[in-house]
Write a protein that binds this ligand. Structure first.
Ligand code: 9UX
Length: 72
C-alpha cells in the first residue's frame, strides 16, 4: 500500500536545497520515494500511509531548514 502527495515548500533557491529536502524526506520511516523540484517549490512524496502522516512530512522539511506550505 502506498499513497502519493505533493507538498509545497518555500525557501528553496537552488538544486542543493531540493536535495536537502529530498534526503530529509527519504529518511522518514515509511517514505518510499521523494522527488523535490526547487523551480516549482514542490515535493512529490510516495509513502506508506500506515507509517507516515502529513505532519511527518512537514517536520522533515522543517528539519532540513525549509518551510512546508501547510494545507488546511
Ligand atoms: Mo543553494 Mo539552498 O547553494 O538553501 S542549498 S540556496
Amino acid at each position: 500500500i502506498s499513497e502519493h502527495r505533493t507538498v509545497g515548500i518555500s525557501g528553496m533557491t537552488c538544486a542543493n536545497c531540493a536535495d536537502a529536502n529530498r534526503t530529509s524526506l527519504e529518511s522518514v520511516p515509511g517514505v518510499i520515494d521523494a522527488e523535490v523540484n526547487y523551480a516549482t517549490d514542490e515535493a512529490s512524496v510516495t509513502y506508506n500511509p500506515a507509517e507516515v502522516t502529513l505532519d511527518d512530512l512537514y517536520r522533515a522539511i522543517e528539519d532540513a531548514g525549509y518551510d512546508p506550505i501547510r494545507e488546511a
